[in-house]
Ligand binder design. Structure first.
Ligand code: F6R
Length: 369
């Protein structure tokens, strides 16, 4: 049932191109028009929403952090993202024009479910982004947008994460479409680019041997740090979470701009630092700032592992290891940049002799608060 793979996690990483394609299927037509009919939420609710609040836990929370960039960019609706367990207990401000988006692979996560119940009690509309048909969270929500990742067996979430991004982007683009923002042309262009993401993920998967080799060489390290900016920041957090869960290593993700406000003190000789580099096009200011960060940490002895787009030559002199990803629009980059970090964590866990599919102390669905 592992389809020839040693672990479910490897199988599920490999299934990502299909999971992405399946999640897009039937929701966009050739001219870039979206239809989310099966979601059962009225367009008026989406048109009148004054705020979006995303709640989730763990990896799903990281998907939500990335979705915020897309939602605010394409819809100009203010969007907050909060850990479900924090949201529930701080008396958040909600009303019927708040659209709460609850992201959950299993649909059974108790922290997220409690946040959903609380939001509905306060009169907010709740839309679930979920991978499990008929599970509790979609049943208790006003609407559901299913991800079509197929069953995810490995405890560490991989393909569900990519499809959560796709679903959230569809929602962002759909919100833009029904509200008629100024981004019409851009939305249609992005829908076309989204359709190409599966192929790009496939491309990344075909070039992972050096990443695996690198991971094996780092099995004796104690700490790995991750840096990113803009949508690369949640990717850094996700890379670190995967490493904690699977390799049981100390791993932390930082917003690269925060480096100088503290974390740079952690840099010492030989510490591996994975840096997710933004596209050199579009947001070139951020790109240049990250290149300076890489220089700074390398000057202090860090072993730099640089994840950068094809054709980005500026990073080459500062990269001890270079991981190439295909060019994508800035907002779509997380769908390809996360993949090498998943492979990296999986291989490091294997090299350290850990049980990849069943990490210690963790369960696939967390049904207690
Ligand atoms: C990480 C992981 C967990 C889950 C989290 C939420 O690899 O698997 O962090 O993402 O427990 O689970 P769901 O999405 O089922 O609500």
């Amino acid at each position: 049932e592992k389809g020839g793979y040693d672990y479910f996690m490897l199988k599920e990483i490999a299934e990502q191109p299909k999971a992405v394609a399946d999640t897009l299927l039937g929701r966009v037509d050739e001219s870039g028009v979206l239809s989310l009919d099966e979601v059962r939420i009225e367009d008026t609710v989406l048109r009148e929403a004054t705020k979006v609040v995303i709640v989730a836990c763990g990896t799903a929370f990281h998907a939500g952090m990335i979705a915020k960039y897309a939602i605010e960019h394409w819809t100009r609706i203010p969007c907050e993202v909060e850990l479900a367990s924090e949201f529930r207990y701080r008396d958040p401000i909600l009303d019927p024009r708040t659209l709460v988006v609850a992201i959950s692979q299993s649909g059974e996560t108790m922290d997220t479910l409690m946040a959903v119940r609380h939001a509905r009690e306060q009169g907010a509309k709740v839309l679930a982004v979920c991978n499990t048909n008929g599970s509790t969270i979609p049943r208790e929500s006003d609407a559901v947008l299913y991800t079509h990742a197929g069953p995810e067996v490995a405890v560490a979430s991989t393909k569900a994460f990519l499809t959560q991004l796709v679903a959230c982007y569809l929602l962002a683009l759909y919100l833009g479409q029904v509200r008629g923002t100024q981004w019409g042309d851009e939305i249609r262009a992005v829908v076309r680019e989204l359709a190409a993401i599966g192929t790009q993920v496939d491309q990344v998967l075909g070039t992972m041997e050096p990443v695996r080799e690198l991971a094996r060489s780092l099995a004796g390290k104690n700490t790995v740090l991750f840096l990113g900016r803009h949508v690369g920041y949640p990717v850094a957090l996700e890379g670190a979470l995967k490493l904690k869960e699977l390799a049981y290593m100390h791993a932390e993700g930082f917003a690269a701009g925060e480096l100088k406000h503290g974390p740079i003190a952690l840099i010492e000789e030989g510490v591996p630092v994975v840096v997710v580099v933004p596209s050199p096009r579009g947001r070139s200011v951020l790109h240049d700032k990250i290149v300076s960060n890489i220089q700074e940490i390398r000057a202090r002895g860090a072993l730099t592992i640089v994840v950068a787009e094809d054709g980005d030559e500026t990073v080459v002199p500062y990269a001890d290891h270079l991981v190439r990803i295909p060019r994508t629009p800035t907002l779509l980059q997380p769908m390809v940049s996360t993949v090498p970090l998943q492979v990296f964590a999986c291989e490091l866990a294997t090299a350290r002799g850990n049980e990849v599919d069943q990490p210690r102390n963790l369960a696939k669905s967390v049904t207690v608060e």
